[in-house]
Design a protein around this ligand. Structure first.
Ligand SMILES: Nc1ncnc2c1ncn2[C@@H]1O[C@H](COP(=O)(O)OP(=O)(O)OP(=O)(O)O)[C@@H](O)[C@H]1O
Length: 516
């Protein structure tokens, strides 16, 4: 695990940061299990305010404070925007800790450090995974616009998120969407001259340039992930559910066509192009496969899922796209229905419990088969009542969630002329952005030379179907069915950097192949 050098975690920067104990909060429920450790819903005892506590995993005391956490804190401290999660403070636990039930935590590290975030009721994966959930078009437009607004702000401030996926998009019951989990984020310079690792972004949302081994890249990598989320919201399931990198690339080429020097000038110079260039011609089929999508949605998707990153649409232009300015308009976030809290961790846990329940029931049935299954049951007194009770597998959720069916509330009419430029602030300095860097898109600065992991220049993954571990939790397909988070096989999975595994069996080290 990469560790912090002395003084890197400048907790003294803001006098109160790090000075309070986690005992100021009462843990209510675990809502996430991430690379760093657990995420809890908690209540601040003094004020009653509900927050999210993200514990920084410190499995090995000797390795010090994880560099990923330092990065996340550093980056979040400079980002202040309504579509970016707010890091409120850092709190510490000097002694043995307690879990949600007040029992001593068995963690061998006796102290702990927590990030305190504003609490969000859902993540997009958890929300979409609710039984019967269907997002309306104005709702999808509303979420997409907020996602792009938050990302535009990050990009203007020269921060790449590098892990855009449903479980990192948090939503509250006011309909606000915020980007979260900046553990893989980093600053970038506009000239894209720095070498960066290509082992970032969860596989299903990873752009072709990273899969082909590019180490010089920019905000376009996040825009590919946004395109994948957009298509997933419209399509109802993930569009590129690859098992490993070769399959991932193949799925991309099957839909977006094979890259060549015509549609992507310079592609043949990307390190692993020759290893993975398709051996047969592959036409772009996006319009054909998604012909049922609305015309403006398809136009925007085409520009997000453009193979050549230099031609891919940027967040600002996406916000200006016709899609957001034609009827039905994005709805007002506040008009969205309120749902019972739903995080990916919880929906997966519920599904696991349900599966376990079904297996137990099956096992019991096998062990104690009814004496004569084909004979009618012998009537006994009270049986009629017994038959009225629900069966052994009651629905997971007692009450069905409200189905979002197109709230009729829209924002006002578009602010700019239809189709005209500049409906969105050009550099993110207007539109209510707090702009700490003042760099603007073309501005200098913002390029951090901090201790980031070296770029992944290892050999490419094997060229044919490496056995990839399945998605975290074995969940099927994204929105509506389960969340992706593949681990990687092959050379990518071999680095032993320790960001730890999660309860669903996934391991981000494998997934991202972090190197020392
Ligand atoms: N502020 C918050 N409010 C509510 N839930 C949150 C908050 N932050 C995180 N979560 C929940 O915890 C989950 C994991 O959080 P996060 O992604 O920040 O941790 P991580 O350790 O980086 O996880 P991963 O390795 O899965 O990326 C999120 O998907 C979300 O469901």
């Amino acid at each position: 695990m990469a560790i912090a050098g002395a003084g890197q975690l400048n907790l003294n920067e803001s006098p109160c940061w790090g000075s309070r104990s986690v005992d100021c909060f009462e843990k209510l429920e675990q809502i996430g299990e991430g690379t760093y450790g657990q995420v809890y819903m908690a209540r601040e005892i003094k004020t009653g305010e509900i927050v999210a506590l993200k514990k920084i995993r410190m499995d090995n005391e000797r390795e010090g404070f994880p560099i990923t956490a330092i990065r996340e804190i550093k980056i979040l401290k400079k980002l202040h925007h309504e579509n970016v999660i707010k890091l409120k403070e850092i709190v510490t636990s000097p002694g043995p800790e307690k879990d949600e039930q007040g029992r001593p935590d068995g963690n061998k590290y006796k102290g702990g450090i927590y990030m305190v975030f504003e609490y969000m009721d859902h993540d997009l994966t958890g929300l979409a995974d609710r039984p019967g959930m269907r997002f309306s078009v104005p709702q999808i437009k509303c979420y997409m616009r907020q996602l792009l607004t938050g990302l535009h702000y990050c990009h203007v401030n020269q921060v790449l998120h590098r892990d855009i996926k449903g479980s990192n998009l948090l939503i509250d019951n006011e309909g606000n969407l915020k980007l979260a989990d900046f553990g893989l984020a980093r600053s970038f310079s506009n000239d894209h001259n720095a070498n960066l690792t290509n082992r970032v972004i969860t596989l299903w949302y990873r752009p072709p340039e990273l899969l082909l081994g590019a180490t010089k890249y920019g905000p376009a990598v996040d825009m590919w992930s946004v395109g994948c989320i957009f298509a997933e919201l419209l399509h109802g399931k993930p569009i590129f559910p690859g098992k490993d990198e070769p399959e991932q690339l193949n799925k991309i080429f099957e839909l977006c066509g094979a890259p060549d020097e015509v549609n992507w000038p310079g592609v043949s110079k990307i390190p692993w192009y020759n290893n993975f260039k398709p051996t047969r011609p592959m036409k772009r089929r996006l319009r054909e496969v998604f012909r049922h999508f609305d015309r403006h949605a398809l136009e925007l998707l085409e520009r997000m899922l453009t193979l050549d990153p230099s031609q891919r649409i940027c967040a600002k232009d996406a916000l200006d796209a016709e899609y957001f300015w034609t009827d039905p308009l994005p709805c007002d976030p506040k008009s969205l229905p309120k749902y019972e809290s739903s995080h990916e961790f919880q929906t997966k846990k519920k599904r696991q419990q349900q599966r376990q329940h079904e297996e137990n029931a099956k096992r019991q049935k096998l062990q104690h088969p009814p004496p004569h299954a084909r004979l009618p049951p012998i009537q006994q007194s009270g049986q009629a009542h017994a038959q009225m009770r629900p069966g052994p597998n009651p629905p997971l959720h007692g009450s069905q969630p409200p189905v979002a069916t197109g709230p009729g509330h829209h924002y006002g009419k578009p602010r700019g002329p239809a189709g005209g430029p500049g409906r969105y602030p050009a550099n993110g300095t207007s539109g209510g952005y707090n702009h700490p860097n003042r760099g603007g898109q073309g501005g200098g600065g913002g390029y951090s030379s901090g201790p980031y992991p070296p770029q992944g220049r290892g050999p490419p993954y094997g060229s044919s179907g490496m056995p990839g571990a399945g998605p975290r939790g074995g969940g099927g397909s994204g929105y509506g069915v389960g969340a992706p988070n593949y681990s990687q096989g092959g050379p990518y999975g071999s680095s032993g950097a320790g960001r730890g595994s999660n309860m669903m069996g996934g391991n981000r080290n494998q997934q991202y192949g972090w190197q020392q």
